[in-house]
Design a protein around this ligand. Structure first.
Ligand SMILES: Cc1cc2nc3c(=O)[nH]c(=O)nc-3n(C[C@H](O)[C@H](O)[C@H](O)COP(=O)(O)O)c2cc1C
Length: 177
């Protein structure tokens, strides 16, 4: 019986987000854990600032914060913009961290990134690895996919060795959930 459930999302608001595609694909490799995929566009909120915060937490920040309570772990794939988080993700993360410092609720995280370039979002992945643990993430494993458009076609990874690496990462993550 699948009694554990993980939340899957991309750190992106791009409609054709390659990170959402990758995170969604990774989720299909879960065997005994079910999942929901969510899009940050469903949680649009003002850009975080302390001045904005004085007006109160946005409804969608509170909704997203509540959503995080409902799951046993997270699969997150981060878009990289200028070596860092996409602005919409960072703003959402900042808002949620003000509502609940323990953003990831001491739950397991499969942390991923992909980009069209050869570094596969390595910089944003490094930032997240260095800091998400302070926000309650138990980073079980990480996965970076370089050259997305060469390595991911028709909804799946084209190279068998990369498929194997991803499957291993998902398996390790799933054991931790
Ligand atoms: C403003 C901007 C900055 C970017 N900076 C980087 C970067 O530093 N490193 C990188 O690998 N790709 C960079 N890219 C390309 C993104 O990786 C690419 O747009 C990718 O599709 C983003 O992921 P998403 O589709 O999930 O939103 C940048 C794209 C934009 C629009």
């Amino acid at each position: 019986m699948m009694d554990k459930k993980v939340l899957v999302f991309a750190g992106s608001t791009s409609k054709k987000s390659i990170n959402k595609q990758l995170a969604s694909y990774a989720a299909t490799k879960l065997i005994n854990v079910s999942y929901d995929i969510v899009d940050l566009n469903e949680y649009a909120m003002p850009l975080f600032s302390v001045d904005e915060e004085e007006r109160g937490f946005p409804v969608n920040a509170k909704r997203f914060n509540e959503l995080l309570n409902l799951y046993d772990g997270f699969i997150v794939s981060l878009a990289e913009h200028n070596g860092s988080y996409a602005a919409a993700f960072k703003s959402m993360y900042d808002w949620v961290s003000r509502i609940e410092r323990n953003v990831f609720r001491d739950k397991p995280l499969l942390l991923m990134a992909t980009s069209p370039g050869g570094r596969g979002g390595a910089s944003v992945l490094e930032s997240a690895m260095a800091t998400f643990s302070h926000a309650g993430a138990i980073v079980i494993t990480t996965f970076s996919l370089p050259n997305f458009y060469d390595n991911f076609k028709d909804g799946r990874l084209t190279e068998e060795d990369i498929r194997t690496q991803l499957k291993e990462a998902v398996t390790v993550f799933e054991k931790g959930v």
